[in-house]
Design a binder for this molecule. Structure first.
Ligand code: CMC
Length: 438
């Protein structure tokens, strides 16, 4: 809505029961998708707020970046279907698209590539931050800490009101987060940090920094690099999910982009969000064998168990997550390339999916596999430890977070995010001294 008049498509009238007070709320139309009722005057006109915990029915901002039709299973980045981008594009081109709104021409692409590559190294003093962590620290903790610490190192790009600063910060984040991610892994396993090699592509470089050691030659397998690039494309943005909303909320206060992305990383970590890919593998390991699936499914259906089928269900998708379909296909390709003919985990996942998709509990609730159901199996086959799965998600999503942060900062009507509440606590009362209580 951006402060400028949006395309109005009508109004909604709200009447307060038992009174003759009404509020007429304008309806705003998006390019596609449902219209929204602009409730900004509801409080001043009727003295009431709206109540929507979890924001299931609330559009928190206007955005031109990503569109999801959850019923149809459609995901568009800047209007382009995810299936087309997955097949024909690559992560850096998608990053350009998300940030700039259009696909680049050859010269723009080359300049963007150079811009990212120029920034892959970390300030050498940032190395010492890693030593402050325990070796058994979760790499998401390290990533969150070191990305937050970037605010203390790149003072020359912290003025969020300066477009050049914003652009350099964007490059720095997209370029350096993979280096931090790889070093978090190297630190955990006690191997020397491997510096980025800018002759390699984005996914190649990430594989190289994670798996190479100074003592040996390391050749990046092009099929695995392509698979990782694809995984990054699929995870690059997903409109106003929890971590992106966290980035926007932090950014709405004027906080610097490194602090905002660190907040996004923290929010992504939870098992209901980006942590689900790690949780899926733990779940498969716990189930252990296909013969235990019925027992596990019964546990999931038992409301008192608190067990969920991880990698299933989505707030927005009430159909197959389009990313999961692509992921499933890639999974087979990667295993074939690696010469893995029978992967018990994949067989178990396929069987689990089959059982769930034919069980009324999941069918009636429209619970389908989401992006995380198969991604862990691919990443494991590629040699990534489970604890790195969410870190790789964060590497990809950094592009989405930065794009959404940029869009927000450039929005002239942007205000601090400040939700209200339905207060159900004690009404006003007077303080009583300790000896007068009880
Ligand atoms: N297993 C079992 N039951 C489920 C599941 C699941 N994975 N997901 C939802 N349900 C049930 C839930 O119990 C509820 O049942 P009822 O109506 O009887 O109370 C109903 O389905 C609706 O669920 P909800 O919790 O209201 O849905 P939500 O939109 O708040 O939650 C979700 C969405 C993704 C957090 C949830 O589906 C979930 O916890 N899934 C497992 C974790 C997961 O795979 N997360 C990754 C999401 S995709 C990637 C990302 O966002 O990072």
């Amino acid at each position: 809505m951006n402060g400028t008049p949006y395309t109005g498509t009508g109004t909604v009238t709200v009447t307060l029961d038992g009174t003759n007070q009404t509020a007429t709320l304008p309806l705003a139309a998006g390019t596609i998708g449902p219209s929204v009722a602009d409730i900004r005057k509801l409080y001043s006109d009727l003295g009431i707020f709206t109540f929507d915990p979890g924001y299931g029915g609330t559009a928190a901002c206007e955005s031109k970046i990503t569109y999801i039709d959850g019923d149809a299973g459609v995901l568009l980045y800047r209007g382009y279907p995810i299936e087309q981008l997955a097949e024909h594009s690559n992560f850096l081109e998608v990053a350009y698209l998300l940030l700039n709104g259009e696909l680049p021409d050859a010269a723009q692409m080359a300049e963007f590539d150079r811009g990212v590559l120029r920034h892959t190294m970390l300030h050498e003093q940032l190395r010492s931050f890693f030593n402050g962590f325990r070796r058994d620290a979760h790499p998401m903790a390290v990533l969150c800490g070191v990305v937050g610490a970037m605010s203390a190192f790149y003072h020359d790009s912290l003025d969020i009101n300066d477009p050049d600063h914003r652009r350099i910060s964007a490059f720095r984040l997209i370029a350096k987060v993979p280096t931090i991610a790889a070093w978090a892994y190297k630190y955990a396993i006690g191997q020397p940090f491997v510096y980025p090699r800018n002759s390699l592509g984005y996914a190649e470089n990430l594989l190289y920094m994670m798996h190479a050691v100074p003592a040996e030659e390391y050749h990046v397998n092009p099929v695995l690099a392509r698979a990782l690039d694809l995984i990054l494309v699929l995870h690059a943005d997903h409109e106003q999910n929890a971590s992106t909303s966290t980035v926007r909320l932090a950014g709405s206060t004027g906080a610097n982009p490194f602090a905002c992305i660190a907040a996004g990383i923290a929010s992504l970590w939870g098992p209901a969000h980006g942590g689900a890919n790690e949780a899926v593998l733990k779940m498969l390991a716990e189930i252990g064998h296909a013969r235990h699936i019925p027992e596990f499914i019964e546990k999931v259906k038992d409301k008192n168990s608190n067990v969920r089928l991880m990698g299933f269900g989505h707030r927005v998708y009430k159909n197959y997550d389009p990313r999961a379909k692509i992921m499933q296909h890639t999974c087979h390709e990667v295993l074939r390339e690696l010469g893995i003919k029978d992967d018990p985990l994949l067989d178990l996942a396929v069987e689990l999916e089959h059982v769930a998709l034919h069980d009324d509990y999941f069918v009636s609730r429209k619970l389908y596999p989401n992006v995380d159901f198969y991604s862990g199996i691919i990443l494991k086959a590629m040699g990534f430890p489970t604890s790195m799965f969410t870190v790789l998600f964060a590497v990809a999503r950094t592009v989405g977070w930065v794009s959404q942060w940029m869009e927000m900062v450039e929005d002239p009507s942007q205000r601090i995010g400040r939700p209200r509440q339905l207060y159900t606590g004690a009404p006003q009362r007077d303080y009583r001294p300790l000896d007068a209580r009880g």
